[in-house]
Design a protein around this ligand. Structure first.
Ligand code: HMG
Length: 389
């Protein structure tokens, strides 16, 4: 019996800033952003949107189409948690009106947690194939103003239904795993922005890839030529091209820029205009590949590399199922990304500097363009969400 992704959909903010605008203000050559790190735009969440509203907006179309019966597990992966105690997934469970017979927990390990959630969901469904699991990864990537990480900011949420006999991607059981206690990127509880040793983080990412890939090949007996398309965790898209060169070299293969474009390039386009969405980022790339690859990928194997700073990494793969295109929500992704509102630098900085109320009083938030759910306000230290479908 196969287990894997039966449905997938992502949501990101309706607002973005063009990185050429940022380059102008920071007095940086725009090519550094667009070519050097491979990013064009960054998605910016308005004050009435957070990981919960984005997560619910990502999952809503799946629940609408495929129903909520037998969803007995909701795993919510994030490093932008809104509460030290309560799992963010419970708010989403409420907003989506999911069955009470459901386990809900939040998972954290930087950008890796989405993959931990997906693999745990596969195990749970394999144990009881009559049930389904809802995996959601949602994050807001936030760095200090004028820091090297600033142009890699972004936000987004991905929702996946994990089932037996999945209709999109059957996940292979063989994996390569890597954990090492490193301080390349972290966010102490008292900080809103990550602390990052950027260049070091990039080196650790590439080293972890090499280790995971070697193990994956040994365990699966597969090699470079067995993988048809490659998806990488995307803190910024240029890293995927470097990672792919590294992976090919480790396999004794030389790849031309044209081959990199063919094997990896199609997965990058959404992230280029959204920025990093941490735990969701790899799966936004997967959506981009499935939505936009002209070739029929049925029966083809896709390799996926997941990296979370700190760090945990995993190489795994999946086989695309025939008829997968009928299950995709490509139009929804395209409509969202094509209809966003551009922010000026001043508007971006104003939103960035808004402090979340912590006085326990009642506050209502101005209404911006959001998905199907918004954060209406806060009162008595409780976030108040509303559906605006
Ligand atoms: P930086 O230090 O400002 O950039 O920040 P740089 O000076 O290294 O330049 C970047 C690239 O642009 C270089 O290319 C330059 O040559 C090129 P490279 O040498 O790397 O090939 N460049 C130009 N290209 C064309 N025209 C120009 C030009 N100028 C320069 N005029 C850095 C880069 C990635 C370090 C920064 O953005 C950063 O700190 N980002 C945040 C951390 C990050 O994304 N790390 C990635 C790995 S860790 C990870 O993926 C986990 C993460 O997602 C978090 C999690 O797990 O939760 C981040």
């Amino acid at each position: 019996m196969n287990v894997g992704i039966d449905a997938i959909h992502f949501y990101s903010s309706n607002y973005f800033m063009d990185l050429r605008t940022l380059a102008g203000v920071r007095n940086v050559d725009p090519d550094k952003y667009t070519v050097g790190i491979g990013q064009e735009k960054m998605a910016i969440p308005p004050p009435d949107e957070d990981i919960i509203t984005m997560a619910a907006s990502a999952a809503h179309p799946l629940i609408e189409r495929d129903g909520k019966d037998n969803i007995e597990l909701l795993l919510f992966a994030t490093e932008s948690g809104i509460d030290q105690s309560k799992a963010g997934g419970i708010f989403v469970h409420g907003l989506l009106d999911l069955p009470a017979r459901c386990r809900v927990v939040e998972l954290k390990e930087a950008c890796y947690s989405g993959t931990a959630a997906l693999q745990l969901a596969c195990s749970a469904v394999a144990r009881n194939p009559k049930t389904r699991a809802l995996v959601i990864a949602a994050d807001v990537a936030r760095y200090e103003l004028a820091s090297p990480g600033e142009p890699t900011q972004g936000c987004g949420a991905v929702a996946m239904l994990v089932t037996a006999n999945p209709r999109i991607l059957a996940i292979d059981p063989e994996v390569g795993l890597f954990t090492s206690d490193v301080m390349d990127f972290w966010r102490p509880n008292y900080r809103d922005q990550a602390v990052v040793d950027g260049k070091y983080s990039t080196r650790v990412y590439l080293q972890a890839l090499q280790d995971c890939w070697k193990q994956y090949c040994e365990e699966s007996g597969r090699g470079f030529s067995d993988i048809h398309r490659f998806c990488y965790h995307l803190p910024f898209t240029r890293i995927a091209e470097k990672a792919h060169e590294r992976l090919a070299r480790a396999s004794g293969v030389t790849v031309t820029p044209e081959q990199i474009a063919q094997q990896v390039g199609i997965s990058l386009d959404y992230n280029k205009i959204m920025g990093n969405s941490y735990a969701a980022s790899l799966y936004v790339g997967l959506c981009c590949l499935l939505d936009n690859e002209m070739e029929d990928l049925s029966a083809k194997r896709i390799g996926l590399f997941s990296y979370g700073s700190g760090c945990v990494a995993e190489y795994f793969s999946g086989v695309v199922q025939s008829g997968y295109r009928d299950r995709l929500l490509t139009d929804s992704h395209h409509v969202l990304l094509e209809n966003r509102t551009e922010l000026t630098y001043r508007q971006y900085e104003d939103i960035y500097n808004l402090a979340f109320p912590t006085d326990g009083g009642g506050h209502t938030f101005s209404r911006y363009r959001t998905g199907g759910y918004r954060l209406a306000g806060v009162k008595d230290h409780k976030r108040l969400y509303e559906a605006v479908l």
